[in-house]
Design a protein around this ligand. Structure first.
Ligand SMILES: Cc1cc2nc3c(=O)[nH]c(=O)nc-3n(C[C@H](O)[C@H](O)[C@H](O)COP(=O)(O)OP(=O)(O)OC[C@H]3O[C@@H](n4cnc5c(N)ncnc54)[C@H](O)[C@@H]3O)c2cc1C
Length: 537
């Protein structure tokens, strides 16, 4: 470390020595390789990082924060740093030290009767899934579509989402342990009282509830959290449907809203447009388009025919007793009749049957059923809380060459930017966002990859992905211009993002009273401005 310290300001040199002394030298990384990793996202970023700290316990997190405060060095916490499409591990401002919490990776409590688990930030969704599987799979987590290596707490800190009835992740956690910028720590809800029996099972405790302050805020570092788990239902079925064209969107959105509001569909419905489904089957057809981008209409048509793609593909899980699932299926059929071009249901029994019939089926139809089953399994698993790397492969859409087995879009210079919008569950709102996304992305020569996540009963998140190859000349610049224009146009029409990328800074904190209150809170909690500055607040 000595050589590297030579070209650093004295304040930072002193802080690095203090961290090294307190955490041990192996927990303070300053090598070029370590810094390059946390300075790389799936789009262009300019923020440089001075060091990466890897504490092992809450006490070491507190010590790290106190040292940062003493020497006025800004810190940026990440749990696994897989915030792909939103900035990965890259801090929200230049000159930070990244506090990587991956070594706090214990599952500290598990209660099967009350269906909860308490975890540290380094616990990944893959790790929790394996833990639950080893205990008989009686409880399910809600997995996100991100990598199994992503962090449960990191995802909740961003108010991330998944697929099952527990898809709105922040609504299913409580008792946050949070280290504040001064170094002290608090617990939220009943967790703040010694020996409180209901700490892990009640969200608010008594008095003002503070949990919301610590998501999308950078006001504290979450070092522990209780997550509620879903009891494996007696019956489960996946429902898949297609929409032949956009003309059916209004009716289908209306039908799905009713099915969600009346409790028939408790899971999150996902609708994916053709361009986004295509990325899970194949990669950009450079040979067929002779390099022209985005894909021309006739090539597009041929690809859609080849993969049997409709305008929209929907999926949702149905959970409950056998009777409940049977009834849900009946209601879904009735509500979607006449509006969808295909409606299918899948469960474990049908999957087993399909496996048995794959050879006769191939002989009769010439179609490879086993390939279809393989393609279906990851999505089917997500509806049951099984994390998978498959969706992350779509970040390689415009790369030349297949995605590797160990998917890592940061390392492999995959260009991927999420643009999100919260949209009321009404057809004309949904179409307005989809049409805007289509127009802006096409104008910038990107395929408009759009999905709608019906997370709550009244609101969908529209997820728009700008996917490109960072190795192509000026691609980063074109993508960031497209992202900025899309954000502006959506906001102008009243559709605000549900979540920000690290490049967005804090554009939503204005001079209004709400912005003023946020600033007062930040000043009170973090007077020296050392924590995740410019991230949301
Ligand atoms: C193809 C693809 C599919 C995806 N699917 C989904 C999806 O279905 N749902 C979804 O939500 N996301 C999805 N993502 C986005 C992202 O990959 C996930 O949200 C992922 O969980 C975030 O990474 P992480 O969990 O490692 O969090 P981190 O990168 O560790 O953290 C994210 C941010 O939260 C804050 N933070 C992290 N830890 C703490 C802490 N302990 N205390 C305070 N603040 C903290 C920091 O600002 C940090 O930058 C997807 C991305 C891609 C590319």
């Amino acid at each position: 470390m000595a050589d590297l310290l030579l070209d650093r300001p004295p304040r930072l040199v002193d802080a690095l020595q203090a961290w090294s002394h307190r955490l041990g030298p192996e927990a303070v990384l300053t090598s070029n390789a370590a810094l390059a990793e946390v300075q790389t996202a799936t789009f262009a970023t300019t923020h440089r990082v001075h060091a990466v700290l890897r504490p092992r316990s809450r006490e070491e997190v507190q010590a790290s924060v106190r040292i940062a405060d003493e020497y006025a060095i800004p810190l940026y916490p990440v749990s696994a740093g897989k915030n792909w499409g939103f900035g990965s591990s890259v801090p929200s401002r230049d000159g930070c030290v990244v506090l990587h919490l991956g070594r706090l990776n214990r599952i500290v409590a598990y209660d099967e009767d009350l269906a909860y688990v308490t975890v540290e930030p380094g616990v990944t969704q893959g790790q929790l899934h394996e833990f639950l599987r080893q205990r008989g799979g009686r409880l399910w987590l809600d997995a996100s579509g991100s990598t199994p290596e992503s962090s449960l707490i990191g995802n909740v800190a961003e108010r991330g989402v998944g697929f099952t009835p527990y898809a709105d992740h922040f609504s299913h956690v409580c008792d946050l342990e949070v280290v504040l910028p001064g170094g002290e720590y608090i617990r939220t809800g009943f967790g703040r009282f010694d020996g409180a029996a209901a700490a892990a099972v009640h969200r608010y405790g008594v008095g003002p509830a503070l949990d919301g302050l610590f998501a999308q805020s950078g006001l504290g570092i979450i070092t522990r959290m209780t997550l509620w788990l879903m009891p494996a239902p007696e019956a489960f079925q996946a429902c898949y449907f297609n929409l032949a064209d956009d003309g059916h969107l209004d009716a289908v959105i209306g039908a799905l809203r009713s099915l969600k509001l009346d409790g028939t569909l408790r899971g999150a419905v996902h609708l994916y447009n053709t361009a986004s489904v295509l990325t899970s089957y194949t990669q950009f057809p450079y040979a067929a388009t002779k390099g022209s981008m985005p894909i021309e209409a006739d090539v597009y048509r041929r690809l859609c025919q080849k993969w049997d793609l409709a305008a929209w593909h929907g999926s949702v899980g149905m959970y409950g007793s056998r009777n409940q699932v049977h009834e849900a299926r009946r209601r879904v059929r009735k509500a979607l009749a006449g509006h969808v071009s295909k409606l299918e249901f899948l469960d474990d029994r049908r999957l087993r049957l399909s496996r048995l019939l794959q050879w006769p089926y191939r002989r009769l139809t010439g179609r490879n059923l086993s390939e279809i089953i393989q393609a279906t399994l990851p999505g089917y698993g997500l509806l049951r809380g099984v994390p998978t790397d498959t969706p992350s492969r779509r970040t390689y859409w415009r790369k030349h060459g297949m995605p590797p087995a160990d998917v890592n879009p940061d390392r492999d210079r995959c260009g991927f930017i999420w643009c999100t919008s919260a949209v009321p569950l009404v057809g004309h709102h949904v179409r307005a966002v989809v049409d805007t996304a289509r127009a802006v992305l096409s104008a910038h020569q990107f395929e408009p990859q759009v999905s709608l996540n019906l997370i709550t009963d009244r609101c969908a998140y529209c997820m728009i992905a700008i996917v490109y190859d960072r190795d192509m000349p000026r691609a980063d610049l074109r993508a960031s211009r497209c992202h900025a224009q899309l954000n502006d146009e959506l906001r102008h029409r009243g559709y605000y993002p549900y979540r920000l990328g690290v490049q967005d800074g804090q554009p939503l904190v204005g001079d209004d009273p709400y912005g003023g209150l946020l600033r007062k809170l930040k000043d009170a909690i973090d007077p020296n401005d050392i924590l995740a500055t410019d991230r949301y607040v």
